[in-house]
Design a protein around this ligand. Structure first.
Ligand SMILES: C[S@@+](CC[C@H](N)C(=O)[O-])C[C@H]1O[C@@H](n2cnc3c(N)ncnc32)[C@H](O)[C@@H]1O
Length: 290
């Protein structure tokens, strides 16, 4: 038996020396995971049993080796959802919640445009399904939607199906830059939301090990300048959208000029606008199909 507070204090020191960004919080979340209680109940939790001490120690060792916390607990919070995650899928990030908020606002403002049919929403580069599942869950009973999620990497597709099936999202395994992917929806989509791989490989040496060693490479990196997927994607989005439909694409903060410029240069969009995330970094670009 061991007091949980003692084990957490020791684990926080271990994680701090491994340069984990939030050692105390991570230690508490792992302890709560082992005990099967919310983090807020730790102070009144029973002592760890010997089995729990063992399990907690192994999780702390893995976290100190910089395995993402969410891979260890098997879930990642995103807006109102807890998504299943693990090796092979990108852990959804809080900045993408802002893009979803924008998408929900757009759907509310334009609900009357498609009152005779459900709004068709496409999540390109869907990963865990964070965007698609949130749109489906947060519009249910409010705005009729038909949501599609496209993902190319087989391990990610497995996680995607696991997360979105209950929300009625249709999963398509395919390359978002391939004109054949979802071509049956060309000219009919109301809203495209997309968080593609966009980190430039050049200058990527400073990334934390959680990203460089654990997030799937295809989920993070977009070639030398980070634009390998975004560049061909823009034309594909233009083909999918109906006139008056809209898109939002997440990108690197260093793309604050280039992505809006690429979208404008495509010639099929108006109202091209750059948006910032909660840390005030340039994070996504929106536009309306002419
Ligand atoms: C940055 S992650 C985003 C995942 C999820 N949308 C989110 O916001 O958490 C990018 C995802 O795009 C997928 N991907 C990369 N290139 C792709 C392509 N050409 N076609 C379809 N999916 C792609 C990756 O496998 C990864 O799951």
């Amino acid at each position: 038996m061991e007091r949980v507070t003692d084990a957490v204090a020791r684990a926080a020191l271990t994680l701090a020396s491994a340069h984990v960004v939030s050692p105390r919080v991570d230690a508490e979340l792992l302890a709560a995971f082992v005990l099967g209680v919310p983090r807020g109940r730790l102070a009144v939790a029973e002592d760890f049993t010997p089995d729990q001490v063992d399990r907690f120690s192994r999780l702390v060792v893995a976290r100190a080796a910089r395995v993402p916390l969410q891979y260890l607990t098997g879930t990642a919070p995103f807006r109102r959802l807890e998504l299943a995650v693990g090796e092979g899928v990108f852990v959804p990030r809080p900045e993408t919640e802002v893009l979803v908020e924008w998408g929900l606002g757009w759907l509310r403002r334009h609900a009357a445009d498609h009152s005779e049919r459900p709004a068709v929403v496409v999540d390109l580069c869907a990963g865990s399904g964070a965007i698609a599942a949130s749109i489906a869950a947060e519009t249910r009973d409010v705005i009729a939607t038909r949501v599609y999620a496209v993902e190319s990497e087989p391990p990610a597709v497995d996680w995607l199906r696991r997360n979105v099936t209950a929300h009625g999202v249709r999963v398509i395994e395919g390359d978002v830059t391939d004109p054949a992917a979802l071509s049956e929806l060309d000219d009919s989509v109301d809203l495209v939301l997309c968080n593609p791989p966009y980190v430039p490989e050049i200058g990527a040496s400073g990334l934390p090990p959680e990203v460089s060693e654990h997030d799937p490479h295809a989920a993070v990196f977009g070639g030398t300048d980070g634009l390998d997927v975004i560049r061909p994607l823009i034309g594909r989005v233009a083909a999918l959208l109906r006139p008056g439909g809209a898109m939002a694409v997440e990108h690197d903060d260093t793309h604050a000029y280039v992505v809006p410029t690429l979208v404008s240069a495509d010639g099929h969009f108006r109202d091209v606008e750059l948006h910032h995330d909660l840390a005030q970094r340039a994070r996504f670009t929106t536009a309306t199909r002419v």
